[in-house]
Design a protein around this ligand. Structure first.
Ligand code: MG
Length: 504
């Protein structure tokens, strides 16, 4: 894209270096997750930390800051895209301009140490081994929040690092609205005659060979419109998507021999993230408009493909002959209804990443309450395992026996990423609101029933993907749906869908 203001042009060139370093670092991380020989972990951590340091230096370069100040004063003379570039740069730089370098470096060092201690603590199921590093990260996050500034709650400053404009108050409103309704839906489903907490089709004697799973996920990804010439699919301990450049957006999945759903759902989820990145207008490449706008909006794209499409009964009917062709011995004689309920199984579970659509956000509500308490010193880190058990009992009616399935289960706190979790719930809410709007323009059920996913992608491309980071989340949701984010669309989606599936 053509930028006429010479100072802004120079800024965008400087930003490009930051982006190149970031993408190079992302390649190291991808390799760490997909290929790295086990003995090379420390060496890779050193390489990655060095690149991270270079990124910090680039953001903190005096010329960068000088240019930012100059451009900020000229804002009125800029066009819409240029203004968005300045806004995004200001947002990106806020952390580096306000937090002292000493703290940033300490944070990086502590979190890379904490990742190791968390990993070991989780393996050994010993929370106390992670506790010292966790305490340090909480303290550092509190300091960071003070430097970033906030109106009423330091947790706001951290939420804002992940989702521009998000506040504790807004999160609280969302979870207060969600929690009782989700519990109600869950209880209704559990009372249904069709309710089955377990299925003989998965996690039992039946085996689904990895190679067959790979072919099936590849088939679905292609059908979704994922461009394999601008990406690839690999295997990693936890599925993820990474954007290494405009034409290199990679996804990973995982294969569980006894449950063929996991690889498919993960690939559709990551595929949704990837479609967003592959769909940004090419003229924005290398500018601060190039990527998806926020974690919440990004997650809405992945959840849409995973749930609104992947778990849609009509889509499963479409996919049924293919699934049966891939697994003739395991599923050849199984009826549609069983497969539909299998993909839409609802039950309280201990592990967030394995949770269904109904209970998932209860896992997030729990983490939100704990994080907010920690950052405000209302909760002590050492009490986390007990509090976790209490809240699991309260929200989901089950309790973990180990901390591995409790306070140690997620990697996020070892990175010091407090304020990240709520973006997952935002993603689910945005997804439902976008889908509701999409249904005014398209017959979603009919399209997925015919496997016509291209029409759906074209809608997303036009309304969401092409804009990259031009519009901020609040602006984007209003532009696309005509109103700000509302909880009710997600609840209506769940109520309608599960009413049909479970005859509620
Ligand atoms: Mg995701």
């Amino acid at each position: 894209m053509i930028i006429s203001n010479p100072k802004l042009k120079r800024l965008v060139q400087k930003y490009r270096q930051i982006r190149l370093l970031g993408q190079t670092r992302a390649l190291l991380d991808w390799d760490l997750n997909v290929n790295l020989p086990p003995k090379a972990a420390q060496e890779r951590a050193d390489q990655s930390a060095y690149l991270a340091e270079l990124v910090v230096d680039r953001w903190m370069e005096p010329e960068f800051r000088r240019l930012m100040d100059q451009v900020k004063n000229k804002k009125t003379s800029l066009n819409k895209e240029e203004k968005a570039i300045v806004r995004n740069l200001e947002e990106g730089a806020r952390y580096y301009f306000n937090v002292p370098k000493k703290i940033i470096v300490e944070f990086e060092e502590t979190s890379s140490k904490a990742f190791m201690s968390w990993k070991k603590a989780k393996e050994e199921d010993r929370f106390t081994n992670f506790l010292p590093d966790l305490k340090k990260l909480i303290k550092l996050s509190q300091i960071v929040a003070q430097h970033l500034g906030f109106k009423s709650n330091p947790y706001d400053a951290l939420l804002n690092l992940y989702e521009p404009g998000l506040t504790t108050k807004k999160c609280r409103q969302i979870f207060n609205q969600l929690q009782p309704e989700l519990t109600k839906i869950l209880k209704k489903i559990q009372k249904s005659d069709h309710y089955q907490a377990k299925s003989g089709l998965v996690s039992g004697k039946l085996s689904y060979p990895k190679e067959t799973q790979r072919q099936l996920t590849q088939f679905v990804l292609k059908r979704m419109g994922y461009d394999f010439a601008s990406g690839r699919m690999d295997v990693s301990p936890h599925p993820f998507t990474t954007e290494l450049s405009r034409h290199d957006v990679r996804v990973t999945t995982w294969y569980h021999q006894s449950d063929f759903r996991d690889s498919l759902s993960a690939a559709m989820h990551e595929g949704g993230h990837a479609l967003y990145e592959q769909g940004v207008d090419i003229i924005y490449s290398s500018t601060p408009l190039a990527s998806g706008v926020s974690l919440g909006i990004h997650e809405s794209q992945s959840r849409f493909w995973e749930n609104q499409v992947g778990r849609n009964p009509q889509f499963l009917k479409f996919l049924m002959p293919t699934i049966q062709a891939f697994y003739p011995d395991q599923l050849g004689q199984v009826g549609e209804e069983r497969i539909i309920r299998l993909f839409n199984q609802v039950k309280p579970s201990l592990i967030r990443v394995e949770a269904d659509e109904v209970t998932y956000n209860l896992h997030i509500a729990l983490r939100f309450q704990l994080e907010e308490g920690l950052i405000n010193d209302k909760i002590r880190a050492k009490d986390l395992p007990d509090l976790w058990r209490q809240k699991m009992k309260q929200f989901l009616g089950i309790e973990p026996k180990t901390d591995r399935e409790g306070a140690l289960q997620d990697v996020h706190w070892s990175y010091g990423s407090f304020g990240y979790f709520p973006t997952y719930t935002l993603g689910n809410l945005y997804a439902a609101q976008f889908a509701k709007k999409m249904e005014e323009d398209l017959d979603l059920d009919q399209l997925v029933g015919q496997g016509e996913l291209g029409t759906i992608l074209a809608w997303q491309r036009e309304k969401i993907h092409q804009h990259g980071s031009l519009y901020w989340p609040d602006e984007l949701i209003k532009r696309v749906t005509g109103e700000g984010l509302r909880v009710k669309y997600f609840l209506e989606y769940l109520q309608e869908k599960y009413k049909k599936i479970y005859d509620l």
